[in-house]
Design a binder for this molecule. Structure first.
Ligand SMILES: Cc1cc2nc3c(=O)[nH]c(=O)nc-3n(C[C@H](O)[C@H](O)[C@H](O)COP(=O)(O)OP(=O)(O)OC[C@H]3O[C@@H](n4cnc5c(N)ncnc54)[C@H](O)[C@@H]3O)c2cc1C
Length: 382
C-alpha cells in the first residue's frame, strides 16, 4: 500500500495531524500501538490541559471544536500567578484585548472527540500495531509493521511520544535535561471563580497550577522535588490534600481531593534535529518542555499546524526544503518556551534571600507593565 503521509503515534497530536493532512487531500495512514476505538479507555484520562488560542483555531479547522459537549470546555479569562513572597501577576483577557486566554479541557474528552472523527475521514488506520523496521530511500520510505503489513510513503511523521522509536531508528540524538522534579497530578473540588486559573511559584522550584473545570473542580498539576513527590505518593492522600490547603489557603473554599494521584518524572528532551530524509518529528517526539507553562500539547498542535501549512503551501518546493522550513518555523517558538521555563525553574530553585526578593519584586514590576504582559500573552497564545 502506498501513502502520501504515514504518521506513527495516535495520541492527540498524531490524530489531529492525520485529520488535518487528510482534509488537505493527502492520502494519509495512522499507526497506533493501542486501540483507537472510541470506547477504549484513555491513558491519564483525568489529566486536564490548558489549550491556547492557536491550538483552538487548529482544532476548529479540523472540525473538532463543535463536537465537544459545552460543559467539557471551560473558558479561561484570567491567570493569577503568585510568587513565594508577595509577588503577584495577573494576566487577563479584557486588558489583553482577547475574548479569552484559552480553555481547559480534559484529556479524556479531547481524545474521544478526535477518535470519533477518524471513522468519518479517509485516514487509513493501523491500530494495535507498530513499526518494526523503516527503510529510507531517495524517493520514498518503506515501513514494515509488527503484524506483517508493508507500506510505503512519501513522508514518515513521528508522533510517537517522548521516547519515539522512529527518532531512534533514524539515529537522531537528543539532549536531555533532568529537572530532578516530578509533576504530581490529580483533581480537586473547591470553589472556582468563573474562568480563573491559578499558579503558585514556590521556593525550591515547585510550581502548583490549578486549572478550572466547571464551577467547582480543578485539575491539579504540581511540579515538586523528587523527594517530596515520593513522600506524597507513598503517604495517605490526606497529606497531599493538607499540603494543597496550606499553600492555597481558604480563597477557593474547602478544598477536597476528587481524583487519584498520579506522577510524572520531569525531564526535557530536545532532539538534535526534528527533520531527516523524508522524516518529520512532531509533538513530544519532537521535544518536551517543563509543564509549568502548560505549553507541551500547544507546541505539539503548533507542529501539526505548521507542518500542514508547509506541506500544502508551495507544491513546487522539494521535500527536503519543505522540511527545513518546518524545522525553522517551529524552532523559534520552542526555543523561547524552553528558555523561559528553564530560566524560571532556575530562578525559583534558589533559596538565596536576594533572589527571593528580586523574583517577587520582578513579578510585581512585570504586573504593572501592560506592554510586557501583552508580549508574554502573545508568545503563549500563538
Ligand atoms: C503533568 C503534565 C501536565 C501537562 N499539562 C499540559 C497543559 O496544560 N497544556 C499543554 O499544552 N500540555 C501539557 N502537558 C504536555 C502534554 O501532555 C504533551 O505534550 C502531549 O500530551 C503530547 O502529545 P503527543 O500526542 O505528542 O504524545 P503522546 O500523548 O505521548 O502520544 C504518543 C502516542 O504514540 C503511541 N506510540 C508510542 N510508541 C509507538 C509505537 N512504537 N508505535 C505506534 N504507536 C506508538 C502511544 O501509544 C501514544 O498514543 C503536560 C504534561 C505533563 C507531564
Amino acid at each position: 500500500m502506498r501513502f502520501d503521509m504515514v504518521i506513527t503515534g495516535g495520541g492527540v497530536v498524531g490524530i489531529a495531524l492525520a485529520l488535518s493532512l487528510e482534509r488537505c487531500g493527502f492520502n494519509t495512514a495512522l499507526i497506533e500501538k493501542s486501540s483507537l476505538s472510541v470506547g477504549q479507555p484513555v491513558s491519564d484520562r483525568k489529566q486536564v490541559f490548558m489549550l491556547n488560542l492557536a491550538s483552538l483555531e487548529f482544532l476548529e479547522k479540523i472540525g473538532s471544536m463543535d463536537q465537544f459537549p459545552r460543559e467539557s470546555v471551560q473558558n479561561v479569562f484570567e491567570i493569577m500567578v503568585r510568587g513565594d513572597k508577595r509577588g503577584e501577576l495577573l494576566f487577563d483577557s479584557v486588558r489583553s484585548g482577547l475574548p479569552r486566554l484559552g480553555v481547559t479541557i480534559q484529556k479524556e474528552d479531547l481524545v474521544r472527540v478526535l477518535r470519533n472523527l477518524l471513522p468519518q475521514s479517509q485516514v487509513t488506520i493501523f491500530d494495535e500495531d507498530s513499526v518494526d523496521q523503516v527503510k529510507w530511500s531517495r524517493s520514498h520510505v518503506d515501513i514494515k509493521l509488527s503484524k506483517g503489513s508493508i507500506i510505503s510513503s512519501d513522508l514518515l511523521v513521528a508522533a510517537d511520544g517522548v521516547s519515539s522509536k522512529i527518532r531512534k531508528l533514524a539515529n537522531i540524538g537528543v539532549k536531555l535535561h533532568d529537572f530532578h522534579q516530578v509533576a504530581v497530578v490529580s483533581r480537586l473540588i473547591g470553589r472556582s471563580v468563573n474562568g480563573v486559573a491559578y499558579q503558585w511559584f514556590q521556593k525550591a522550584g515547585g510550581v502548583l497550577a490549578l486549572l478550572p473545570i466547571g464551577t467547582s473542580e480543578f485539575g491539579v498539576v504540581w511540579s515538586m522535588s523528587e523527594e517530596l513527590g515520593v513522600e506524597i505518593i507513598d503517604a495517605d492522600p490526606n497529606m497531599f490534600e493538607q499540603k494543597l490547603k496550606n499553600l492555597v489557603g481558604d480563597d477557593l473554599g474547602n478544598l477536597r481531593l476528587s481524583g487519584p494521584i498520579c506522577y510524572f518524572p520531569l525531564t526535557s528532551v530536545a532532539p538534535l534535529s526534528v527533520v531527516g530524509d523524508r522524516l518529520a518529528l512532531v509533538g513530544d517526539a519532537g521535544g518536551t518542555v517543563h509543564p509549568m507553562a502548560g505549553q507541551g500539547l500547544n507546541l505539539g498542535l503548533g507542529d501539526a499546524s505548521i507542518l500542514t501549512d508547509v506541506l500544502t503551501e508551495n507544491p513546487n518546493l522539494g521535500l527536503s526544503s519543505k522540511l527545513r522550513k518546518y524545522q525553522r518555523r517551529r524552532s523559534e517558538k520552542v526555543a523561547i518556551i524552553r528558555h523561559v521555563t528553564h530560566g524560571l525553574h532556575k530562578l525559583f530553585s534558589s533559596n538565596a534571600s536576594v533572589l527571593t526578593f528580586a523574583r517577587n519584586l520582578g513579578m510585581s514590576i512585570f504586573d504593572r507593565s501592560a506592554l510586557l504582559k501583552r508580549a508574554a500573552i502573545s508568545i503563549a497564545s500563538r
